[in-house]
Design a protein around this ligand. Structure first.
Ligand SMILES: [Zn+2]
Ligand SMILES: [Zn+2]
Length: 318
């Protein structure tokens, strides 16, 4: 399928790929994997679609044939190629462009109500929905979200959708905690002002949280997530800024904590598109700016500056 791109979000991984720190965007490469647009042309064997259909697409081209794909875990595909990524093994041009060519199996139709920029947010939303679906959320659960950046704020909303009783958002930034409250957090903890584990214990009658979501991926935040769950609790690991971290082995073993890695998403797009179009997951508060594709280089420079973290999502429109 040839898709005319109408909106494509800049991901943190694009910034870290662009500055060379991850080695996963070896030039020359067209980046961009969080996008939406409309079908411009169909391949001869494609059925069920028409030119002009409004679509979004999975950030990962999965093969559909390998064992993980056949088990429905397409995020773990043995032959996965992420759009707009060029590690050593492959080079797959992405969607910071007027057009992108894609296999039909990764396309999803947009609900009427969704704008292209909203639809370009489905990828980060799907990461949060996938993370929350890695565990069972009970109506009596207290869940702690460590890190209230964009993905953390989607995890907060996903937990509210999943029906958690108490959602505790943790961050250093008061502004992000205020937004977390607006989006469904019942409690917030500013982690440089309070002992998070002690505060969570207070909120839960001394027991600790049932669930924690680690959405940063460095040693200190991992300690916070592991430290605030109860005996027998579960921690979902989403962030992975640091490839290796300190790990409190005895505390995890002796309290029988369950750990769940969560990577990307595996078929949650239709659910996410529905949740966004019904306003159950709000994406607008996370969009810091939309700009023409031609301004992309300026935005990459702004986002990679020391104060770049004040922006959440910037969406480029060809
Ligand atoms: Zn991304
Ligand atoms: Zn596969």
């Amino acid at each position: 399928m040839l898709v005319r791109v109408r909106a494509c979000g800049i991901c943190g991984s694009d910034i870290h790929g662009w500055d060379g720190s991850t080695g996963r965007r070896r030039p020359p490469l067209i980046m961009g994997h969080e996008a939406a647009g409309e079908i411009a042309a169909l391949g001869p064997k494609v059925t069920g679609w028409q030119a002009g259909d409004r679509v979004t697409f999975d950030s990962t081209i999965y093969c559909g044939q390998c064992a993980p794909c056949r088990a429905g875990r397409v995020n773990l595909c043995e032959n996965r190629r992420v759009l707009g990524v060029a590690p050593v093994e492959y080079r797959q041009d992405g969607a910071f462009a007027e057009y992108v060519a894609l296999p039909a199996r990764i396309l999803y139709r947009l609900p009427e109500a969704l704008t292209f920029p909203q639809a370009a947010m489905v990828e980060p939303v799907s990461i949060a929905i996938h993370a929350v679906q890695r565990v069972k959320v009970a109506a009596t659960d207290t869940a702690v979200v460590v890190g209230s950046g964009m993905i953390g704020l989607f995890v907060v909303q996903a937990l509210r959708w999943a029906g958690a009783k108490r959602i505790v958002a943790v961050d250093l930034e008061p502004g992000r905690l205020a937004l977390a409250r607006e989006l469904g957090a019942t409690d917030t903890i500013q982690s440089d002002k309070a002992d998070v584990a002690a505060e969570v214990a207070k909120l839960t009658g001394g027991a600790g949280a049932d669930l924690a979501f680690e959405v940063v991926g460095i040693s200190p935040t991992l300690q916070v997530a592991l430290g605030c769950v109860r005996k027998g609790g579960s921690v979902v690991l989403v962030g992975n800024l640091a490839p290796k971290t300190d790990f409190p082995l005895q505390s995890v073993v002796t309290r029988e904590i369950s750990l769940f890695g969560s990577c990307s998403s595996a078929g949650e797009y239709p659910l996410c598109l529905d949740l966004i179009s019904r306003g159950i997951i709000r994406v607008e508060p996370m969009v810091s700016a939309t700009a023409p594709l031609a301004d992309g280089i300026d935005w990459f420079q702004r986002l990679s500056a020391p104060d770049g973290s004040r922006y959440m999502k910037v969406i480029l429109q060809p």
